[in-house]
Design a protein around this ligand. Structure first.
Ligand code: EPZ
Length: 418
């Protein structure tokens, strides 16, 4: 298992370029199941979760080809296997994104229950309820969800009792081929939902309201092929902006859409950081010590839960007390004991972590647990005194494309150790 070896306290400089969004690529790949024509996707990042999703689509019967340009061409001419097997889903729970498309395209979908993950139980009851509202019969047995819609899906109103990102995406894809009109109420408003709606529209779908909490989809009988560029990864971008602020560097985070992580930029300014945004980049300038500020995670456009761990790492070096509240997942503080090993002063009380700073972090051997907790350990190691060894960096590889080469090119002392 690979490790990272990081020597802290080297300021960054130059630029950190952002890759395409993992969380927009995953539903976009699933959407290719909705048409028998080829779809070409640009800017798909080379991260583990994408590899898993492409393997799943090949299992379903699609052909997958990485073009010389780096784009991916997916052609689901025939679905020979409308199933997402356990051994694929257990490594990547977002495989449940094929549930809606398989049911819509073939009338049958058999998807392994994703099982829990380190940040929480992560049920998919809202996906299942939504599909039942569209006329599918859904059974759950032997750890699998079996959805059947032999006469096809029918449009209906689906009210999400809780906002769910992939639930919204799954149902939007299913509704695109349903007979009649579907209204998704209390829908997720994330930029990745909007990006998926853009792709589906290029494929011939009829969708309005993506980006608001009410999305209307007029079903069509067929969807055709399309070409689409995936939006930049706002979580990678936010992670890099925090890296620049934390290391007190003069650096640019480029190829991103700052408005997609406006809530982070607002928080950083409240803490005293100097972050200037342009249309596709953020310029960070050193300011010395930051003030501690409180932060609460919310659905978009609120502060992203996927940036909570990284922001907490930043707050360990800020002056004062910061109350960090995690509202989205029930167990997303795995980074806290690891940060404490590096000298952070953090107390957990239920959904809140109370960070007292500033602490001087020192390098240590730490363990990566989930994708974003691991990112926060990378950030902490960049500012810690001395050497840190991060175990199980495959967690980082799930969602960050070549993070160590990007950081090393910007001046960080980081190397991957097999
Ligand atoms: C998406 O996960 C992202 N993954 C997550 O990013 C992100 O943390 C999350 O949205 C929240 O923003 C992808 O887009 C592939 P949810 P998702 O459904 O859709 C509960 C990363 O690090 N819920 O919005 O699975 C759920 O347990 C990953 O890149 C139900 O109860 O999240 C959670 O508490 C981690 N029933 C809350 O809703 C359901 O049927 C929000 O979950 C579905 C969700």
């Amino acid at each position: 298992m690979d490790k990272f070896r990081i020597i802290g306290r080297t300021p960054l400089s130059g630029a950190l370029a952002v890759s395409g969004s993992k969380n927009s690529s995953l539903p976009a790949i699933a959407a290719c199941l909705l048409t028998e024509e080829p779809v070409t996707l640009h800017r798909i990042p080379e991260v583990r979760d994408i590899g898993t999703m492409l393997k799943l689509l090949e299992y379903n019967g699609a052909s997958v080809e990485r073009l010389p340009s780096g784009a991916i061409r997916i052609h689901a001419a025939k679905i020979t296997n409308p199933e997402a097997p356990y051994d694929i889903v257990k490594t990547m729970r977002a495989s449940s994104l094929v549930l809606g498309p398989l049911a819509a395209r073939t009338g049958v979908a058999r998807v392994s229950m994703p099982g829990g993950c380190s940040i929480g139980a992560r049920p998919i009851n809202l996906h299942i309820n939504g599909l039942e509202h569209l006329g599918a019969t859904v059974n759950q047995e032997h750890g699998y969800i079996e959805a059947a819609a032999p006469e096809g899906l029918r449009g209906n109103t689906v009210h999400f009792e809780r906002i769910t990102v992939t639930g919204t995406e799954d149902l939007m894809m299913a509704a695109a081929l349903a007979k009649g009109t579907t209204v998704l109420e209390n829908a997720a408003r994330e930029p990745e939902v909007v990006d998926l709606a853009h792709l589906l529209t290029k494929m011939g779908a009829n969708i309005t309201g993506a980006g608001t909490s009410r999305i209307v989809i007029e079903g069509v009988t067929k969807l055709h092929g399309a070409e689409h560029e995936i939006i930049p990864d706002r979580i990678e971008a936010g992670t890099f902006v925090i890296a620049g602020v934390m290391t007190n560097s003069e650096i640019i985070v480029s190829n991103c859409v700052p408005e997609h992580f406006a809530s982070l930029l607002t928080k950083l300014r409240q803490a005293g950081a100097r972050v200037e945004e342009s249309a596709d980049a953020v310029q960070i300038r050193p300011v010395g010590k930051l003030r501690a500020v409180d932060m609460t995670t919310e659905e978009h456009p609120g502060f992203a839960t996927d940036l909570q761990a990284q922001f907490m790492a930043l707050m360990t070096g800020a002056t004062g007390i910061s109350f960090v509240t995690e509202n989205i997942f029930e167990n997303r503080f795995m980074h806290v004991p690891e940060l404490a090993r590096m000298g952070a002063n953090i107390r957990i009380e239920g959904k809140q972590a109370i960070v007292a700073g500033p602490s001087t972090l020192t390098g240590a051997q730490v363990m990566c647990s989930d994708l974003r907790a691991s990112a926060s350990l990378v950030l902490a190691a960049l500012v810690a005194e001395g050497e840190s060894i991060l175990d199980r960096v495959y967690h980082v590889d799930r969602g960050y494309e070549k993070i160590e080469s990007k950081l090393a090119a910007a001046g960080a002392n980081i190397e991957r150790v097999a």
